[in-house]
Structure formats: structure tokens, C-alpha cells
Design a protein around this ligand. Structure first.
Ligand SMILES: NC(=O)c1ccc[n+]([C@@H]2O[C@H](COP(=O)([O-])OP(=O)(O)OC[C@H]3O[C@@H](n4cnc5c(N)ncnc54)[C@H](OP(=O)(O)O)[C@@H]3O)[C@@H](O)[C@H]2O)c1
Length: 359
């Protein structure tokens, strides 16, 4: 049993994402764990890091926070009543001290091209399970390249515990619906705004190139391509965008042909984030985000499943805390893992306010 905390007691009345937060709490159903291990959240004071830290507090996790900006850490530490550590990602002594007594590290400091290598190395060195919420494909490749080191350390290395906590188990779920899955196409329709950290990361996503998987190998396309998908609103054009399934869903399913597409919901403008008196603020949009997964079986059968989830960044926060809680409870697989390879399609049932439709 988890101890539920009183939001007001923990300063959540100051929460800048209040509409979102309230609707999440109103429907919370998945409070059924009592994590035993202790977590460090690095990058806890950014927009998403703050959502994650508040979600960790809501679920009663035993955790501390860390980052490079003392004033922000002191404020969040006072709000959540947790200890904090100030150090740069390059400071191995900072990692050593802050990871002492921890079971898992959740890295939210992005762009991850500047933080993931150091954080992964620290996790491997001090034998702590590693998670991040990156959407940068090169970071998934980096995690994949550290598989042997993570296995030797006896830890799980899971890069992509944000969007992919829904995306990847959905792929596993859909792949289970055909006999021999041979091709995967995914269309992600995102509704909401972007933070400065995400905008910085998006440059890395674009610079990685138009990656697809063909016959098991990663290929870089020279020309952009689009495809039409129907996410229950009629057919719409989506643009090819390497979201990371070429690495993560290959890990979880071994499907040899993978293409990923992206589109911003029409209402995304409504959810654009604005700075107000120094705080980043996001409004709830009229639409929810959707992920459509299409799998082709060896015999030509095509099946589709869709996840319908809240707009904005809250699904990232709740799902990242879900997978981290599992590792804190002793449920993990050593080495490089994706959410689907570690926890399978079953993970979908634990995600807050995520609805799955098969068709
Ligand atoms: N895939 C997903 O589901 C998903 C969803 C949401 C966010 N994200 C990713 O998560 C990252 C953070 O997003 P956000 O919304 O929290 O952005 P944000 O509000 O702009 O905050 C960025 C955070 O990262 C820290 N940071 C940046 N560079 C750092 C460095 N070199 N060393 C130490 N700390 C550093 C910042 O610290 P300071 O405050 O000290 O500058 C801040 O805490 C982004 O890369 C974003 O793309 C992914």
C-alpha cells in the first residue's frame, strides 16, 4: 500500500499545471505499490522534472532530487520535503555522494546529448538502475552500446521511459495480435506545447536524420516521406520522424521493418507553453494525444491498435514514475532494455488515463 500525500501539504496549490494535475488525481487508480528502493531524480527542477518529482511524491516514493541550479533545487526540496544535491553532470564525486544508498537514477536533464553519457556512466560505476525520458535516438543507441557494461554491473539501463512507456508496450501488444510480425508503422499525433528542453532536444532528433529500419538494419533516407493514417478522425498526412522505435521497438519485438511518423494536433497551438512571471505555463488543449500502431504479419494480415492519452507532458511524468517504481520494487531485467522488453504489453494496464483500442 502506498501512502497518499495531501497535495496542499506538499505545496501543490502552487502548481502551474493545475488543471491537468487535478484531473489526474481525480481519477488515480494505480496506487498499489510500495516501492522499497530509493530513487535519485537528476534534472528535477525543469518543467518535466518538476512534474516527475511531484508525481513521485504523490505515489509515496522514497527519493531525493539533484541538478545544477541550487536556488531551484532548494525551492522544490522545501515544497516536497526531500533532500537535494547540487552538482554538474561531469562531477563524478557529485554522482558518488548523491547515488549512495539509491536503487535507481532517473535522469530528466535534457537535452540528453549533454547529460546522458555521464549519468549512464555513473549508474554503471555505482551499480544503480538507470532511466531517462529522452526522445533523442542517438541516446537510445548510446544506451544500447552500454548493454554489456550494464549487464556486468547487474543493472537495467532504460533510456526512453517517457513517451515509450506507452508507445513500446503498445507495439508489443499489437505485435502479439499477429502470428509472425514483419513490419511496423507508428503514427504519433501529439497535442500540447514544447518546453525549452524539448526544443533543444528536437534539434538532436532532426540531426539524427530520417532513420528507418529495413530488413533488420537501420537506414538513413535521403528524402522526407509522408504517409496517411486514420486515428479515428479520418485520414491525415503524417511526416516521417525517427521517434526511437527503430531502436526501442526493435529491442522489444525484433520486427525487421520499422517506420515512424509524427504530426502535431491542430489544436496544439492552444497548448503552446508561455513564460508568465518567470514560470513556464501550459494550458490544457481540447484534444488528447494519440499513438497508432500498425503491424503487418508474415501472411499479410494487418492489425492496428491505438493509445489515446492526455495531452502535454503529464503522461511522461506518470509513466516514468510507473517504470521506475517497478525497478525500485525489484522488478527489472539487466542490460539495455526498452519499456516493452522489460515489462511487455502488461505495462499498458498500469498507465494512468491511457485507453487502448484494437481494430
Ligand atoms: N520523450 C518524452 O516523453 C519527453 C517528455 C518531456 C520531456 N522530454 C525531454 O526531457 C528533457 C527535459 O525537458 P523539460 O520539459 O524538463 O525541459 P526544461 O523545462 O527546459 O528543463 C530542462 C532541465 O534540464 C536541466 N539541464 C539542461 N541541461 C543540463 C546540463 N547540461 N546539466 C544539468 N542539467 C541540465 C535544466 O537545468 P537548469 O534549470 O539548471 O537549466 C532543467 O532542469 C528534454 O530533453 C525533453 O525533450 C521528453
Amino acid at each position: 500500500m502506498i501512502t497518499e500525500r495531501d497535495p496542499k501539504k506538499f505545496g501543490m496549490n502552487h502548481f502551474k499545471y493545475s488543471q491537468h494535475f487535478d484531473s489526474y488525481f481525480f481519477n488515480m487508480k494505480n496506487i498499489n505499490k510500495n516501492p522499497q528502493g530509493k530513487l535519485l531524480i537528476y534534472g528535477a527542477t525543469g518543467f518535466t522534472g518538476t512534474l516527475v518529482a511531484r508525481e513521485a511524491a504523490r505515489r509515496g516514493l522514497d527519493f531525493e532530487i539533484a541538478g545544477r541550479s541550487e536556488d531551484k533545487l532548494a525551492a522544490l526540496s522545501a515544497e516536497l520535503n526531500v533532500a537535494y544535491h547540487v552538482f554538474s553532470v561531469d562531477d563524478m564525486d557529485g554522482w558518488k555522494k548523491s547515488l549512495e544508498g539509491k536503487t535507481a537514477l532517473l535522469n530528466i536533464a535534457g537535452p540528453f546529448s549533454k547529460t546522458a553519457e555521464q549519468a549512464m556512466e555513473a549508474a554503471i560505476k555505482f551499480k544503480i538502475h538507470y532511466f531517462d525520458i529522452t526522445a533523442e535516438v542517438d541516446i537510445y543507441r548510446l544506451a544500447e552500446s552500454k548493454d554489456a557494461a550494464a549487464k556486468a554491473a547487474g543493472i537495467m539501463l532504460m533510456s526512453g521511459s517517457g513517451l515509450f512507456t506507452t508507445y513500446d508496450p503498445l507495439v508489443v501488444h499489437t505485435a502479439n495480435r499477429v502470428k509472425n510480425p514483419v513490419a511496423l508503422r507508428v503514427a504519433f499525433r501529439y497535442s500540447g506545447g514544447f518546453t525549452p528542453g524539448s526544443i533543444a532536444s528536437s534539434a538532436n532528433i532532426i540531426n539524427a536524420g530520417l532513420l528507418v529500419r529495413k530488413n533488420g538494419e537501420i537506414k538513413k533516407l535521403s528524402e522526407a516521406q509522408s504517409a496517411a493514417f486514420d486515428l479515428a478522425n479520418g485520414p491525415e498526412d503524417f511526416s516521417l520522424m525517427p521517434l526511437g522505435g527503430v531502436i526501442l521497438s526493435f529491442k522489444s519485438t525484433g520486427i525487421s521493418d520499422i517506420e515512424e511518423y509524427f504530426k502535431l494536433a491542430v489544436s496544439a497551438q492552444e497548448g503552446a507553453m508561455k513564460f508568465e512571471e518567470g514560470d513556464l505555463k501550459a494550458e490544457k488543449t481540447a484534444e488528447r494525444s494519440k499513438i497508432l500502431v500498425e503491424i503487418t504479419g508474415e501472411d499479410g494480415t494487418i492489425v492496428r491498435s491505438m493509445a489515446d492519452m492526455p495531452d502535454g507532458y503529464m503522461p511522461t511524468a506518470t509513466s516514468a514514475v510507473e517504470v521506475v517504481s517497478r525497478a525500485l520494487n525489484g522488478s527489472y531485467k539487466i542490460g539495455f532494455q526498452s519499456p516493452g522488453s522489460a515489462y511487455g504489453a502488461e505495462l499498458l494496464a498500469s498507465l494512468l488515463d491511457v485507453k487502448i483500442t484494437d481494430f
